[in-house]
Design a protein around this ligand. Structure first.
Ligand code: FAD
Length: 541
């Protein structure tokens, strides 16, 4: 069920969507409502600046703009609103091109191989593409790049964690408020909807999920539907042949051309529609320092879509919100502390990073037990074994959208892994390096193995050993869910205010201490809603 937003928000969203498409049409890197002045005032100063355009950033900009505060958003990626020569904004997963990845020579898909052959990846030209895979030794992290951040590339699963687990990970946050006010507000703002269970039972595109459900049930396990920001009614019409296909045309990690309510269609459109928010694209913030008058001065590198630096700028602000994601925001503050630009930042900056216990695995199905060749790119069902006292797991039933029968069932398991990594500043590369050892992923593998051994044993099936480039059955050398680095209540106060620096705030996944037990974006959104409400009331009056 889609929740209806208040009329003023939906009108703003309409106005903002118009601003986004006209900016795209003219190839602009500054996006604001036509006829409204840019939020950058004279002397390159803006009352508020938000870094990034992902979940936390988008919520923050909407609430600042609605309160009448001129706000600039700085996003290192591009605006994804213009069809290329093939008539599509994004390239699909079956024929990726330069649009798919952020300055790579070859795509780096999570399923590295099939029957040990590298069939999914292609050589591409380096370009400001939409998906990045950032490598740190034993761990690599997938992130979205562009106006909308991770919302452009993610699987759209909009899951609220079990309340008991939320209370465990963030015990100092009032769970009554979160579950009574901020999760519902986030779901409404994001446009979360649920699948029609009758259609699920009969459609072709979720046969793969029904097969996995049958196997889970045979092992005595339960499954649950997963809410989504992909429009399930659009998907139904895709299968009926009434509209162009997106989720049913193997589009996910390199962007969806239709059907998905990414942030540029929801929070960001509404933020622009306030008339007070300006987005500058292809602008990467490199440095933050504090001026003697207490304002912040940003050094910003502007690039073109081929990666050439076209300008280096400075922008001042009194209220600076970091929404560059767990990797981006943490790097900015680790760099600022360790180069002496913000020397009062505490030792918690860079700590408490986790993978949300991500581990991916595949099972081999019996030859007669087919999933069909049409698999929706958007998962709609999860195996909920979170109440297992020793090995809690929430495993989303993931598609293999290869367009052919693969006899494979794929899963992204979210496990409860207590291991945490940390970031340190590397002066040689002027970047923050993640310290994470491969052994720290073992608790995730143990938990996933406990669950899927049960499923294999009940169904007389085995793991797939051909999917991850070698012969491993469990892949935990990457995560889709980077969390932490600037943990709430440690690097910041309980509302995201950075300790020691008035007017400096964190508003994204880096606030969450490494785990949410489910897919994280609804929690990031809800927490940002909670924090900005308090900050607006107390700091910006
Ligand atoms: C392939 C994939 C699938 C996923 N599936 C799901 C799912 O189904 N459900 C779910 O809940 N979660 C999913 N996630 C995770 C989810 O997308 C992230 O948790 C979420 O996007 C994080 O939000 P954020 O606000 O922390 O920042 P992000 O969404 O990461 O946004 C940060 C933005 O800041 C920009 N930025 C970074 N550094 C700078 C800088 N220095 N200057 C300017 N801009 C900068 C980035 O380009 C990016 O646009 C998935 C992620 C991926 C990659």
């Amino acid at each position: 069920m889609v929740r209806v937003m208040s009329p003023s928000i939906s009108r703003r969203r309409f106005l903002g969507a118009t601003a986004l498409s006209s900016a795209a049409a003219f190839g602009l890197t500054t996006i604001s409502l036509p006829g409204r002045a840019s939020a950058v005032q004279s002397g390159d100063f803006s009352p508020a600046v938000v870094i990034g355009t992902g979940y936390g950033a988008a919520v923050t900009a909407l609430r600042l703009g609605s309160a009448g505060i001129p706000t600039v958003m700085l996003e290192m990626g591009r605006l994804w609103d213009t069809p290329a020569a093939d008539g599509k904004i994004f390239s699909g997963m079956l024929a990726p091109d330069r649009r798919s990845m952020w300055f790579k020579n070859r795509t780096e898909a999570p399923l590295a191989s099939f029957l040990w052959l590298d069939l999914a990846n292609r050589d591409i030209d380096p370009y400001a593409g939409v998906l990045d895979r950032v490598h740190f030794g034993d761990m690599s992290v997938y992130v979205g790049r562009g106006v909308g951040g991770g919302s452009l590339v993610n699987g759209a699963m909009a899951v609220v964690p079990k309340r008991s687990y939320f209370e465990e990970i963030l015990p100092e946050v009032d769970a009554d408020e979160m579950y009574g006010t901020y999760y519902p507000r986030a779901n409404a703002g994001l446009g979360v909807n649920n699948i029609d269970p009758d259609w699920f039972e009969t459609c072709q595109c979720y046969q793969f999920a029904r097969v996995s459900r049958k196997h889970a049930q045979k092992a005595g396990l339960t499954t649950t539907f997963v809410p989504s920001v992909y429009d399930f009614d659009y998907m139904r019409r895709e299968e009926a042949g009434e509209v162009p296909r997106s989720a049913l045309a193997s589009e996910v990690i390199y962007g969806n051309n239709y059907g998905k309510r990414s942030l540029d269609k929801s929070y960001l459109a509404a933020a622009l529609g306030t008339g007070n928010v300006t987005i500058q694209t292809l602008h990467e913030v490199r440095d933050i320092e504090r001026q003697p008058d207490g304002t912040y001065l940003l050094t910003v590198r502007q690039i073109d879509e081929e990666g050439s630096v076209v300008a280096t700028k400075q922008l001042g602000t009194r209220h600076l919100f970091l929404g560059a994601g767990s990797l981006g925001s943490t790097e900015l503050l680790v760099r600022a502390r360790d180069t002496g630009k913000l020397p009062e930042l505490n030792d918690e900056v860079g700590q408490g990073w986790g993978t949300n216990g991500n581990v991916m695995l595949g099972r081999a199905n019996h030859i007669w037990d087919t999933t069909g060749s049409l698999e929706s790119g958007m998962p709609a069902l999860g195996i909920d074994a979170w109440d297992d006292p020793d090995y809690p797991v929430f495993a989303e039933i993931a598609p293999v959208p290869a367009g052919i029968e693969t006899w494979a069932s794929l899963y992204l398991a979210i496990t409860r892994n207590p291991e945490r990594g940390h970031f340190s500043y590397d002066a040689a590369t002027d970047s923050a390096r993640l310290n994470w050892d491969i052994a720290q992923g073992q608790p995730s593998i143990d938990a996933a193995k406990h669950l899927f051994d049960k499923i294999n044993s009940a169904n007389n099936t085995i793991y797939r050993y051909d999917l991850f480039g070698d012969t491993r059955a469990f892949e935990n050398r990457f995560t889709y869910h980077p969390l932490g680095g600037l943990v709430l209540g440690k690097a910041t106060d309980l509302y995201g205010r950075v300790k020691g620096y008035p007017g400096l705030y964190v508003t994204d996944g880096s606030l969450i201490p490494g785990s949410t037990g489910v897919n994280p974006f609804v929690t990031i959104t809800a927490l940002a809603e909670r924090n900005i409400e308090r900050v607006l009331a107390e700091d910006l009056t």
